[in-house]
Design a protein around this ligand. Structure first.
Ligand SMILES: [Zn+2]
Ligand SMILES: [Zn+2]
Length: 116
């Protein structure tokens, strides 16, 4: 089996590992915090989801100036949130793939940061 390079968690810097859920779907989960990708049929898609959290620059929080992170919320929906305050985008679910949704969440965050 090929060794998959996983970047550290965007939220806490913890080590990430591939996991399989009860349904046999693949996901990448941080071993330190609860951060995880949505379950995917293909392991490479889960890796892509995970690594997508790192793509592109996010503007700082419009309210407190802290760094923002792209993440999946407790329901597995992509959103962008501030590391310090509770500020976050609405979950993006309108796109055909989790990656595209995360991209939409980033765009929404950056638009909001612009408005502030
Ligand atoms: Zn983590
Ligand atoms: Zn903030």
């Amino acid at each position: 089996m090929a060794v998959i390079e996983l970047r550290p968690c965007t939220f806490c810097g913890g080590e990430a590992e591939m996991e399989m859920d009860e349904a046999g779907l693949h996901l990448v989960r941080c071993q330190e915090c609860a951060m995880a990708t949505p379950p995917e049929y293909r392991p490479d898609q889960a890796v892509a989801d995970w690594n997508a959290m790192w793509d592109g620059a996010l503007k700082p929080c419009p309210f407190c100036g802290e760094d923002a992170i792209a993440a999946y919320d407790s329901r597995g929906l992509p959103c962008v949130m501030c590391r310090r305050c509770a500020c976050r985008t609405a979950p993006c679910i309108g796109e055909p793939s989790p990656e595209a949704n995360l991209k939409a969440a980033r765009a929404a965050w950056n638009r909001r940061a612009c408005d502030a």
